[in-house]
Design a binder for this molecule. Structure first.
Ligand code: URA
Length: 210
């Protein structure tokens, strides 16, 4: 991928996103829509995967058939909301390896602090897709990507549902080599760091917490 930001403006993605934004949409429906939309976004983010061919025989004749090349890719869920994207993407790419990054924000320093980090081996040889539905300030996303690079990842893409201009700018500054794929670029952050118009707290909406 060469573009730093790809907005997937496919009608199905946009329709599902509008349903998710609606505050009246119940938790179970929100979760199902997130699963569906994650697969459409994953389709886009994997568009340029390396390919090779494998000799097979169809019932009709021998052929060199196109198959994915290289090591199994790694899906990294940025906790906890990343888990909402993970299930759908794993359905599409069942052989992917999976990792988790947990960060919280220190209320005094306002810096992200890591509380969990478990990722697949040989990250340097894999396409790594980091998953987080909301790219808001970009601080925790940028910190998570930094940790993935420290663990060896060299080829990283970032998959989110909604992005704020502030988050996109932060990622472009910290990680210009990491392409972002999203369903929409919203207007701005409000003064407590929520995306507007947005959809509220993605974790709360998908897990039914408050
Ligand atoms: N995280 C969310 O869940 N929602 C936002 O709007 C911003 C960050």
């Amino acid at each position: 991928m060469t573009d730093h930001l790809t907005i997937v403006d496919h009608p199905l993605v946009q329709h599902k996103l509008s349903l998710m934004r609606d505050r009246e949409t119940p938790t179970a429906v929100f979760r199902q829509l997130l699963r569906e939309i994650s697969q459409l976004l994953a389709y886009e983010i994997t568009r340029e995967l390396d390919m090779t061919t494998r000799a097979i025989e169809t019932p009709m004749q021998a052929m060199d058939a196109p198959v994915l090349d290289g090591k199994k890719l790694a899906l990294i869920s940025i906790l906890r909301a990343g888990n909402g994207l993970l299930d759908g993407v794993l359905e599409l790419i069942p052989s992917a390896r999976v990792g988790f990054v947990g960060l919280y924000r220190d209320e005094e320093t306002l810096q992200p602090v890591e509380y969990y980090f478990k990722v697949p081996t040989e990250l340097e040889d894999r396409l790594v897709i980091a998953l987080d539905p909301m790219l808001a300030t970009g601080n925790s996303s940028a910190a998570a990507v930094t940790r993935l690079k420290e663990a060896g990842a060299r080829n990283i893409r970032f998959l989110c549902l909604l992005a704020a201009p502030e988050g996109v700018a932060r990622m472009a500054e910290a990680h210009p080599d990491v392409p972002i794929v999203t369903a929409a670029l919203d207007h701005k952050l409000n003064d407590i760091g929520y995306i507007v118009p947005g959809l509220g707290d993605a974790g709360d909406r998908m897990f039914g917490t408050k």
